[in-house]
Design a protein around this ligand. Structure first.
Ligand SMILES: [Zn+2]
Length: 294
């Protein structure tokens, strides 16, 4: 054995040195990566015809809004979450349609979820029932939004739930869009409004009740459908950026020319997941940046 060490001493030593520097490199690169990270990031995932947004704060707080129509959300999460991270603090379901809830079934199965927020409106589909079944089976805390409420997290960040203003818990609706959970993220004086599939009736209520004002970024309601993005709502919110989550060549004709024209008329710069891929928004020291994935 001793002879072995003598013969291979040089090689062993250089291996040890290499390992040492390698180890240091891993540590330092993770430190620098942390330091270079923005204070807060929001990803608008390209999940095809559906919605999925991910909020990630520098302290590790993670919030997922909707999961898109399939398992694509898992690969998107895998690209932006640390490989060792297997938990998400909060999952928000804006409403029960398949293009928002289906991917969340995989997310609930794969990750440890701190809490789920939804409207609680009843909806008789296999996807939504499975989503509810997993919440119960895994004993995940669930909060129903039935009045405006604010949630504070990292560095003064606040997520304001603006809608629904009443309980839809257990109610069967003609149009489940009427109970869409609408949230506004405020951080370092920047405002990002997540409309889910909210339509003109909700937009009107938010404006009349002064629940919304000038914002920076609008996650456009209902994939750019003509049911949403009314002119007076856009004039009240004046977004600098408008993000449309939509699938290429979808059968609904989203986004409509009317919506694109309305957004252009108020001077919003438009980003689309079908053309731009996943869109990353970052806020650091009060500066907001948007980068598209393609
Ligand atoms: Zn939708």
């Amino acid at each position: 054995m001793r002879k072995f060490f003598e013969i291979y001493r040089k090689q062993i030593l250089s291996c040890v040195i290499l390992l040492f520097f390698g180890f240091n490199f891993v540590i330092w690169s993770s430190v620098f990566k942390k330091a270079a990270e923005p204070d807060l990031s929001v990803y608008f995932f390209d999940v095809g015809q559906g919605d999925s947004e991910f909020i990630s704060a520098k302290d590790g707080t993670q919030i997922l809004i909707d999961g898109g129509p399939n398992t694509k959300v898992l690969s998107e999460l895998g690209r932006v979450m640390p490989y060792y991270d297997n938990s998400i603090d909060l999952v928000i379901l804006t409403h029960q349609h398949a293009d928002h809830v289906t991917g969340l079934i995989d997310v609930l199965n794969r990750y440890k979820i701190g809490m789920v927020i939804e409207s609680g409106a009843d909806y008789n589909t296999a996807e939504y029932h499975e989503f509810e079944r997993i919440i119960k089976a895994k004993n995940i805390k669930k909060i129903i939004i039935d009045s405006p409420v604010e949630m504070y997290f990292y560095g003064g960040a606040v997520l304001k739930f603006l809608y629904p203003e009443r309980s839809y818990d257990g109610e069967v609706l003609k149009n489940v869009h009427d109970a869409t959970v609408v949230g506004e993220l405020n951080f370092e004086d920047k405002k990002i409004l997540f409309m889910g599939d909210a339509e003109k009736n909700i937009e009107a209520r938010l404006v009349y009740e002064d629940a919304v004002g000038d914002i920076d970024v609008l996650k456009v309601g209902h994939h750019g459908s003509k049911t949403s993005s009314n002119t007076f709502f856009l004039e009240a919110t004046k977004p600098e950026y408008a993000i449309i989550s939509v699938g290429a060549k979808n059968r609904y004709g989203h986004p409509t020319q009317q919506t694109l024209s309305n957004l252009e008329a108020i001077g919003a710069k438009i980003f689309r997941t079908d053309l731009d891929g996943t869109i990353k928004l970052s806020i650091s020291n009060g500066t907001l940046k948007l980068i598209s994935g393609k």
